[in-house]
Design a protein around this ligand. Sequence first.
Ligand code: NAD
Length: 511
Amino acid sequence: MSTTTLTQEELTMSKNTATPVPIAVAHGDGIGPEIMDAVLRILDAAGAAIQAEPVKIGKEVYLSGHTSGIAPESWETLRRTQVFLKAPITTPQGSGYKSLNVTIRKSLGLYANVRPCQALVPYVPSHFPDMDLVIVRENEEDLYAGIEHQQTPEVIQCLKLVSRPGCERVIRYAFEYARANGRKKVTCMSKDNIMKLTDGLFHEVFREVATEYPEIESEHYIVDIGAAMLADRPERFDVVVTLNLYGDILSDITAQVAGSVGMGGSSNIGENFAMFEAIHGSAPDIAGKNMANPSGLLQAACLMLTHIGQGPVAERIQNALLKTLEDGLHTADIANESFTLQKLGTQEFADAIIARLGQEPKVLKPVRLGESKPIQVHVKPTAPVKKELLGIDLFLDWAADDRNPQVLGDQLAQAAKSVGWKLKMITNRGVKVYPDGMPETYCTDHWRCRFMHAPVEFLENNRDVVAPQITDYQAAIQLQQAVFTAGFDIIKTENLYQFDGERGYSLGQGE
Ligand code: NAD
């Protein structure tokens, strides 16, 4: 890691000679315009070689009839610039409006959300003065695929989708980020003791990728105890990589325990596009009052400068911000009796940072970024596998006969037998209720019925043996026809595959 020794004059000269990088800039809603103005002034004074191109997003765009909150012409600017500095927006109340962030993340393939969290004790109070970690959250998959269905009067499902390339891309990014930023350890968090296939894949890919970075320590935590550790001893973590939902929760926990939700910035990284923003929202309660803290958006802007190869400028800005805090110049949200000498408005706080460009903090650790290159991640192509269909799960909506699993099982077994299938088990919310269920198990109207295709006698005599491959999918259709004809309401089917001889589905609890 090298330190920058450029003077303000040299920086201004380098800015004048460097070709400005075009970036899309959205001023957003609420406090957005005032903090964006403050941030752009600081970037300009620090010598950032950027060319801001405004894009329209947010409340006005929503209310003018664009339900995703972005004007159609703005997409062209985003695609061309490939870099987006975004102030917070206000999403109007009402069910018709879609989250702009989710739309941008998914449309532009922003696979990693990166949120650095550092304590700034004693100037921003936190119980963990040594905390300095980065959460890298998978950003496109998991339960956020947004695929939900109500299947019966009682039961609704949300699909959790996890892909090998999706895991590999974000995990590689976490290791590359660690390498580029001199970080020593990457911790994976998942719940693979319960979700053995989805979270199991994330953990497995983590183990594989970790072997390619021998200089970086790697470890894994089950996410529940991992979250508890993050809240209790955050200083023992460095880079944390995790799935989408866990990352959403963990990154808010860490921002909170760092004591600085209003101070944090984040980046959303894709292959050809990146978006940078503050962690906080549009704070309508203080909008237009020159009270907002611009630090979160400024931190985001520094992540952006690093991303476009202007690390030394980001370093100067971050050190000037730290020096401003040390000098007791604070916005209202972080003002405190012990360390605040002067409470400043948004623009005056920006002026104080500008006045300290080129200075470094004395108490807080100075930031060292040095020259930076954009992080490139290459995902290996998926190897061909042998995929074999072994059976089928039929999901039924059934509430007859006191929901007695034995009655259901006997009828289904009969229907299946007539077309050469065997009913292996029935579960209700994942718990086996047939054969040999427990009378205490509460049953909803949603039943998963597992059928294997094989000569019935064979399976009768070999209860633990997996049925042979179904070569003709026609047999699966015949089963569905037989179950339907017997009067059952099939709400969904899932095929049971094995891949290269490995079971590709979970067993029922008690199966
Ligand atoms: P918020 O983060 O806007 O505000 C929470 C509290 O923190 C408020 O008291 C606010 O005054 C304070 N605060 C936030 N940022 C601050 C800053 N920079 N300086 C000083 N104080 C600050 O969260 P909210 O009130 O739940 O949401 C308000 C609006 O923001 C909602 O419409 C929400 O949808 C939107 N929002 C947008 C984003 C985004 O654009 N990425 C993120 C979160 C919330």
